[in-house]
Design a protein around this ligand. Structure first.
Ligand code: ATP
Length: 233
């Protein structure tokens, strides 16, 4: 579904990604783990069209994404939840969610709204509350819910566990698994390698802008280099 082939990208003349290769199939959870500054966010920005790669290719369903704007890629089914969540703080939960449905018909939006409320019941309970009063976990649920309103086929999540307790992180990752079970593929960027590898079908380790290891979540969780560098074992 998604394929990155030798992608180099960066900011100005500074190259951050060096020949990144990555593949993601229909309905998979693929985790991208790595230390602070490894280039995980830069990889997501390159995929969603926010950043133009210097070289290499990115294809979605075999079609190059080069030249497609982020909003066009949303229409193709690729939706990105950035790390800062980018919510509309003074709008209510339901208004934020409906903003995510700008590509959809009214009937599709109503159906998705019911699905999001089923996935995250706290959002239904607080549908008239303004987003800025929410805790970190609730804001993350709202950001993911808003992305689901666009009807993605591929959802990209940048550090959904940021600022969450370990318990809330598990709740969030369980929701990610349920999203995958509805047929949505997920590219999950996490510094929190242990939890990300536990739910990933496959994973990549990014170091200094290069993909240095790849395997199933279980294989990488068992790999000595990963255990030492990322799992503190
Ligand atoms: P983190 O977990 O800290 O978000 P990351 O793996 O997502 O790390 P990136 O955010 O992709 O890493 O950053 C990779 C490198 O690119 C870092 O050295 C960072 O300082 C640099 N960088 C990120 N954004 C920009 C930008 N807008 N302009 C210049 N350099 C940037």
């Amino acid at each position: 579904m998604l394929k990155l082939d030798k992608v180099c990208a960066g900011y100005g003349r500074m190259r951050i990604l060096h020949d990144v290769d990555l593949e993601l199939g229909e309905g998979e959870i693929v985790a991208l783990v790595g230390a602070n500054g490894a280039g995980k966010t830069t990889t997501l920005r390159s995929i969603c069209g926010q950043l133009k790669p210097m070289s290499g290719s990115i294809t979605l369903d075999g079609v190059p994404t080069a030249g497609r704007r982020p909003d066009q890629l949303v229409c193709d089914g690729l939706v990105h939840v950035p790390e800062d969540r980018a919510l509309f703080g003074t709008l209510t939960v339901e208004e934020n969610l409906r903003m995510g449905a700008w590509t959809r018909s009214s009937a599709q939006a109503t159906k998705s709204l019911a699905e999001v409320y089923e996935l995250f019941p706290v959002l239904a309970e607080r549908r008239t509350t303004v987003a800025q009063t929410f805790s970190g976990g609730q804001q993350q649920m709202l950001a993911i819910g808003r992305a689901l309103m666009a009807g993605p086929r591929l959802l990209m999540l940048d550090e959904p566990s940021t600022g969450l307790s370990p318990k809330l992180t598990w709740t969030m990752l369980e929701a990610v698994r349920r999203i995958r079970d509805t047929g949505v593929a997920v590219l999950l960027v996490e510094q929190n390698a242990k939890q990300a590898l536990a739910i990933a079908d496959r994973a990549y380790v990014l170091e200094s802008g290069a993909t240095v290891l790849a395997g199933t979540g279980a294989e990488l969780a068992d790999d000595n280099r990963v255990r030492k560098a990322y799992l503190g074992l």
